[in-house]
Every structure is written in C-alpha cells, then in structure tokens.
Design a protein around this ligand. Structure first.
Ligand code: ZN
Length: 140
C-alpha cells in the first residue's frame, strides 16, 4: 500500500540521522512505502527498524513493507516545544498502534472536521520536506 505523500515547503527542523543500515527505510519512505525489519529467526517485527532482533538477538533480519493502518492510542498538542520546532508550533504528536501489532510514536497531521481521540482509526502518511521524508499519521 502506497502512503499518501504530503509535500512540505521547508526543510526538516531536526533531520534524522541516517546510517547505511537505515538508508533503505528512508529511501522507501520517500517513495511512499513504510518498511521495517522482521526477524528471520523468530519472525517478530520491530519498529524502528533494527539490525539485530531485540527478541532473540539474531542479526538475520529482513526488510518488509508493512500495513500503515492503525488506531490512535494517545496524543498531545505541543504549545511550547524545542527551539528548533518553534516555527511549527503548535503541533500534535501521538502514539499509534498499527493493526499488525507495532506501536509507533509519530507526528500527527490534523484533518478538517476530525478531532484526535484515542481509539480513532489512523493511517500513516509521508511528510515530504525539501530535504527528505518524515513519517506522520492522519485520521483515516
Ligand atoms: Zn528474533
């Protein structure tokens, strides 16, 4: 499933640090695909992606594309944030439980006519800034 891509006319306020291992994640996200790692031994998923399975400690993991649908576990509106995010205040962040069992802390993007409420259906989207993508969630 390809994620909705929302273009943002600025650079990311706090760009993620990428590594050779996380590069596939960021490249896929920029094209609208949410990926993470699955353990080749115990089959458990982890997010964010990890080169070593935190459940059984093997380094045999594979990249898979995951379903971006879930429900909002909790959320908050940031009115006084770190200086680097001052231009974006106020903004919302939350925790989304993906239907496949992963819990993700993520930026929330409001939609007209929707108030954030725990338990509401959410879908991941890509915020495509001038210097790269970030993951976010919108009401489904
Ligand atoms: Zn494992």
């Amino acid at each position: 499933m390809t994620l909705e891509i929302i273009k943002v006319d600025s650079a990311r306020a706090y760009p993620p640090r990428t590594t050779a291992f996380t590069e596939p994640y960021w490249l896929a996200l920029g094209e609208g695909h949410l990926q993470t790692t699955r353990c080749c031994s115990c089959a458990k998923l982890t997010y964010p992606p990890k080169p070593i399975c935190p459940h059984c400690w093997t380094d045999q993991v594979e990249w898979i594309e995951i379903d971006p649908q879930g429900v909002l576990y909790t959320w908050t509106r940031i009115h006084a944030g770190p200086a680097m995010f001052a231009a974006e205040l106020p903004y919302e962040v939350g925790i989304v439980d993906l239907n496949l069992g992963l819990r993700i802390a993520v930026r929330l993007v409001p939609r007209e006519g929707h108030d954030f409420k725990p338990g509401m259906a959410m879908c991941m989207v890509v915020l495509l800034y001038g210097d790269g993508p970030l993951l976010a969630a919108v009401p489904a």
